[in-house]
Structure formats: structure tokens, C-alpha cells
Design a protein around this ligand. Sequence first.
Ligand SMILES: Cc1cc2nc3c(=O)[nH]c(=O)nc-3n(C[C@H](O)[C@H](O)[C@H](O)COP(=O)(O)OP(=O)(O)OC[C@H]3O[C@@H](n4cnc5c(N)ncnc54)[C@H](O)[C@@H]3O)c2cc1C
Length: 501
Amino acid sequence: MPSTAPDDAADRARLRRVRPPDWRNPAPAARYDLVIVGGGTTGVVAAQAAAALGKKVALVERYLLGGNCLHIGCVPSKALIRTSRLYAEMRDAERYGAQVPTDIHVDFPALMERMRAIRARLSRSCSAPELVAMGIDVFFGLGRFVSPVAVQVGAATLRFRKALIATGARPDTPPIPGLVAAGYYTNASVFDLTTLPSRLLVVGGGPLGCEMAQAFCRFGAHTTIVQHWPLFLPREERDAAQILSDAFARDGIAVRLNTEVVGVRVEHGQKLVDLVSADYHNTIATDAILAGTGRVPSVEGLGLEAAGVAYDRHRGVHVDDFLRTSNRHIHAAGDVCLDEKFNDTADASARIAVRNALAHGHERFSAMTIPWCTYTDPEIAHVGLYVRQARERKIPVKTFTILMHDVDRAVADSEEAGFVKIHVREGTDRILGATIVARHAGEMISEITLAMVADAGLRTLSRVMHPYPTQAEAITKAAAAYLRTLRPRTVTSRRRGGFQS
Ligand SMILES: Cc1cc2nc3c(=O)[nH]c(=O)nc-3n(C[C@H](O)[C@H](O)[C@H](O)COP(=O)(O)OP(=O)(O)OC[C@H]3O[C@@H](n4cnc5c(N)ncnc54)[C@H](O)[C@@H]3O)c2cc1C
């Protein structure tokens, strides 16, 4: 269960909404149109969408409504990242011609309190009483399939016409000898910290590891990040990951790439972490360890065998492109069945599953255009295909790149690290994908996502005006670089910059 410490007013307000202390499960209906197991983003969105169609819905949640995103994921991590940026900017003040006291004091309890207040505020969107007001039957307890058409929760049996598996994912425990005995944090516990560890070792250089390593370093923890791959964020373009490595070095994070954690011991009250890089062995002493080595689908104890639903522990519940499981009465959506474990994908897949299950929909998950972002500084955002994926599919690619140091607003803001890269099918302006590395890449990627969804190519993007100066002008500049391949001499000097590859 996600921990609910510390017990303060904000947390009590959050819990009153997402798991009211005096809750009594309702008497079950004779049969539900939809029973949803799991009350995270996927489950709550699906319940609301099905209720809006006038269907009789039951939502089963074993811990807290809102799931990972609200309690131990997107919301608390982004709240901390915002404060960490502020501290980084204060330390960097001289570069902006400003002055702040040299010894900046980080008030860790206060910034955690701010995070808890934000979490409490955003918990309104998944409050149990509000879901009940929409006509949804909310059940707290472990949901378990007992047949292909029924779920058990406590003593109640919920019979259904259709069901949705929305049980999400949980942190993976890396198989490191001594780690469990020494004690370590995951995203399920790190947001409960009330004091800043003076030394932190982060295992794993994926999005969670990278975001939290940078934030905690900026709070003042001596931070080491260990990644067994040669670069961070292995899924992203190499140059994006390289910019991140450089940014970490500037922040003062000790970066250990190509390095394995092979053991953990506790001696004299400190954790000793044994590392191996090629043939080089060394040991780092730390006060706390954060494991950010990925998440695995929550499929255990769900009675999937009784339901006739195929699954495995690695991929989770098996679904087809319409999010149907091997039981024709049961769909799945969100982290429990998708490779793209993002909140926006959880939300969108929940709506597709509901329309397909209850409203004769025939929507394909693969038709979605999915953007994502890692909220480091700079941010790394992506949508569509990477070059390597396009090549695997034998699609000829041409890439248009604008470096952020050629974008006036990035220069004015002293935020010049990064680029906008847009990949098109060679010989056309059709966008296959894009990567943006920039301070606000997560905001900028939406313009390209919109273009892809609307089937608008670089010609259209070249006509989109942006207020001057904004960092999103980089997108128009990339589009202008494409136009120059068609009629090189007609392009105005205002749209100079950028190169193709
Ligand atoms: C640290 C971190 C940061 C993240 N940041 C971002 C971000 O910035 N942007 C983004 O898009 N995504 C982010 N994500 C991912 C995002 O949180 C998930 O993709 C999203 O929460 C998935 O929602 P879900 O409903 O599918 O699963 P979950 O949120 O995992 O919800 C599943 C729910 O099912 C319940 N459950 C499980 N088994 C049972 C059972 N048998 N009976 C009853 N209930 C059960 C669980 O208790 C849980 O509440 C982040 C994740 C983490 C961990």
C-alpha cells in the first residue's frame, strides 16, 4: 500500500477523498454493465466515461483512488521538480545579473509540505463521494476474478456484462544482493521523506531515476546516479541523452554510466554500495538508496486464471489492438497492459476500452499518437517514431534539426541547451516523429503532436506564427529548413538556421 505518512492536514484531506475513513461498501447490484478492477487514472477515467454513457458501473480499488499518478508518481514528482528548479535558478542567479545570498538554505520539510498540499488539492478529481454522486458504486478492497463473469471484493460478488482490468504497475525490486536488508526507497516511499538524506544513490537512469536524481541533488543531497547502460534514457535519441549527462555533471551529480550495482552492505550505520564498471570495482558510501529500475504490471492475486485472461509477469495482461483480453467479456487498459506507461496513455486507453466494450466502438490503440516527456532540466520530449524505428520499418527518413542556441528566446532566457528535431518521410513533409530537448519541451511537443494527429505536415507548420520571442519558434524554423529544400532562395533571413541530416 502506498504509505500515507506523514499525517498532516493536507494528507488527511487527501485521504478523506480517496479513501474515506468511515467508508462502507454498497450492496452490489444484481449485474453491472462494467466492473473495473483498479482505481488509478485508468479506472477512474473509465468509470466516469461509462457512467456518462448511462451504464451501471462498479469501481474496485484496494488502496487509494487516484493510483500512482496522484499519490506516488506524476503529481508529487512534478511538484518537487518545480521547487528544485527554483533552487537551481537561485544558485545560478549571477548568470542572470541577479544576486541572492550565497548560502541558500533548503527547507526540505517545507517543500515536502507544499508537495502534499498540491497532492491534496488535485485529489478532488478522484474523490470517492464525487464518483458516487455520478452513480458509480465504489468498493474498497482487493478485487479478484472468481469466474469469467464475476469479481469478488470482500464478501461481495460483482457480476458483470463487461469488465476492465486497470490494476496498473508497481515498482520493480532490482535483484541486488543485500539491497532489501539494507533498506531502500522506491517511488512508493520516497515522497514520504521528511528529512533530506545527505547522500543519495539512485539506481537506474530511466525517467524516474533521472528526474529524482536531479531534484534531490538540487535540494542539496550529494547524489550519485548509477546506470548500467552507456547513456541515460536508453529509449531516447543519443544526443538527447548526452545533453542530459552534461546537465547532470553541471548540477554536480556523480554520474556512473556503464556501471552495475552488485551488492549492498550496511557498516557503521551507512550503506556501502559495491559497483562494477568493466573490470573496475569500487564502493560508494551513502545514506539512502532510491531504486528507479522500472515498474512491472500488477497481475498477481487477480484471479486471471479463473477469468480466462492470458498474461505474463513481464508484459502484463495480453490485449489486442482493441484492448480486448483473451476473455471476450474483459478489456484491459493503462499500465497493466501497455508498453507506454504514461498517465495520458492511461487516460486515453481507458476511454477507448469503454467505447469498445460498451458502445460498439471499434477503435484501435495503435491509432493513437502518444507524446511523452521526461521532466529533467532540460526536458526531453518525444512523439512518434525514432529514426531507428523508421529505419527498422524501412521508411526513408529526413531529419530537420534546430539547435536551441539559434532560438532568440532560448538565448534571452539563457536556456540554450537542446534542440528540436523533426523527422519526416523523405521526399515529403509528412511528420514521422520528433524529439525536443529544451527547458519546456513538454509544452512544445504538443504542437507537433497536433500536427501529426491532424495530418498536417511541415508545410503547414511553416505557416504557423508564434508570438516573438518564444522557444516554440524552433518548430517553425525546422519547418522553414524543410521549405528551403524545396525552394532554397525564397526563404527570408528571419527563418535562417537549422540543418538537415
Ligand atoms: C515516479 C513516477 C512519475 C511519473 N510521472 C509521470 C509523468 O510525469 N507523466 C506521465 O504521463 N506519467 C507519469 N508516470 C506514470 C503514470 O503514473 C502511470 O502511467 C499512470 O498512473 C497509470 O495509471 P493506471 O491507472 O493504469 O495504473 P495505477 O496508477 O498503477 O493504478 C492502478 C490501481 O489499481 C489498484 N489495484 C491493483 N490491483 C488491484 C486489485 N487486485 N484490486 C483492486 N485494486 C487494485 C492499485 O492500488 C492502483 O490504485 C509516473 C510514474 C511514476 C512511478
